[in-house]
Design a protein. Structure first.
Length: 402
């Protein structure tokens, strides 16, 4: 059984003469055992018909947001959660530009913007367009965001000029995917527990103490480890975001609920990552009814400490377990992160600073420095949280295999 057996591949096709190669690519992916969902731009349909692609993939081809006259619509969000990988082949200069700058004017781009899985981009265009600074800048930007660029090749182009711009051959693209999935199953057989998101500590039925965490970093970690073969349980506080279907999701609200959910699962976890932004305090008393403001100049709350989940579980950590925490600091970050790592019995810690623009809560990006108990320090540039999750998984994999 090949590594692509059962994999969910979204194949995006844009308007290039190289779209004819998408038929061969689809056939090869299906032959390798993958399930292929094709999303094609309106321009792409001018080069290859959806009927041909549907026959090869055995699935309806998606092109429009809405499906005919019955009111149904195609959910780019669901496709993003379903996929194990997205391949955009051919990717024209226009599509690459829209991807780089979030111009969501067709189904392919909205699917890309909702994609939780890794994205592979196979450019196809004439040599002048391929060499243009705007195209090169857009490809560099996509690579910085964690996309995988499958370089175009040199040869005779549609213009009959000879130069770089030919889309890579379907056989090579399939080989790249096979190599990727072969290398990426480094957590197969391991159980991973991850906490994410905020906790909400009730003041009354409508008010709470919380923070601005969206849970995106922890969700990205859960998806990354699941994609790499791990059995992942995600204990997620209140968040509008959700992980892929491969992840076991345990939804909680308060810090005490999060701790209880972790205690149920920590005994079998090889790896635990505490990425949640747990509220440090909660009201000692929570009103059963909404507190009225009439006649009150101020509201006094008595706060008590919440359990420190990482420290509580870290104190009982087994030698075969590997625990990683997160530290979000506004100053003295390095020293405080190292202190937390020791105090909470962690093997490693992730530091991101509130002083870094684009990092932390409510941002799609993060800038982190990783520390471990042996003194290793690895600092990274600002990246998408999905790319950061990949770096963290690589960091852990080296240490688990050591």
């Amino acid at each position: 059984m090949g590594v692509l057996q059962g994999k969910h591949i979204v194949l995006g096709i844009s308007g290039s003469i190289a779209a004819y190669k998408a038929a061969s690519l689809t056939r090869l992916l299906v032959k390798a055992g993958a399930e292929v969902q094709i999303v094609i731009t309106p321009a792409g349909k001018e080069f290859i018909t959806p009927i041909t692609l549907s026959a090869l993939s055995s699935r309806p081809v998606i092109s429009e947001f809405f499906s005919g006259r019955d009111g149904t619509w195609n959910s780019h969000v669901d496709i993003g959660l379903w996929a194990d990988a997205m391949v955009i082949a051919p990717a024209t200069a226009a599509t690459i530009g829209k991807m780089a700058h979030g111009v969501a004017d067709n189904m392919l781009i909205t699917t890309y913007l909702s994609m939780k899985a890794p994205v592979f981009v196979a450019p196809a265009m004439d040599l002048d367009m391929a060499a243009h600074p705007s195209t090169l800048d857009n490809l560099e930007l996509l690579a910085q965001r964690g996309n995988y660029i499958i370089e175009s090749q040199s040869g005779e182009l549609a213009s009959h000029l000879v130069g770089k711009g030919r889309m890579e051959e379907p056989e090579v693209i399939v080989s790249i995917l096979e190599d990727y999935f072969t290398e990426s199953l480094d957590f197969e057989g391991r159980r991973v527990l991850i906490t994410a998101g905020p906790t909400h500590e009730a003041i009354d039925p409508v008010r709470f103490i919380g923070n601005h965490s969206s849970g995106r970093m922890g969700i990205a970690l859960a998806d990354e480890f699941a994609r790499r073969g791990a059995e992942v349980s995600l204990v997620l506080g209140p968040s509008s975001l959700k992980p892929s279907e491969r992840v076991e999701l345990i939804s909680v609200t308060t810090a005490e609920e999060m701790l209880a959910a972790c205690q149920e699962r920590i005994g079998t976890a090889h790896l635990a990552i505490f990425a949640a932004a747990v509220a440090d305090y909660r009201p000692r008393y929570s009103s059963a009814t909404k507190i009225k403001r009439e006649g009150e100049d101020c509201l006094e709350l008595e706060l008590v400490q919440n359990p420190d989940i990482a420290a509580t579980l870290g104190a009982a950590k087994e030698p075969w377990q590997y625990f990683m925490g997160f530290a979000l600091e506004s100053d003295a970050g390095v020293e405080e992160a190292k202190r937390k790592m020791q105090r909470k019995h962690l093997d490693a810690i992730v530091l991101n600073s509130l002083q870094d623009a684009g990092a932390g809560f409510a941002h799609p990006t993060n800038k982190v420095t990783l520390f471990d108990r042996e003194g290793a320090i690895e600092a990274y540039e600002l990246k998408t949280k999905e790319a950061v999750a990949h770096d963290i998984a690589d960091f852990v994999a080296k240490r688990l295999d050591a």
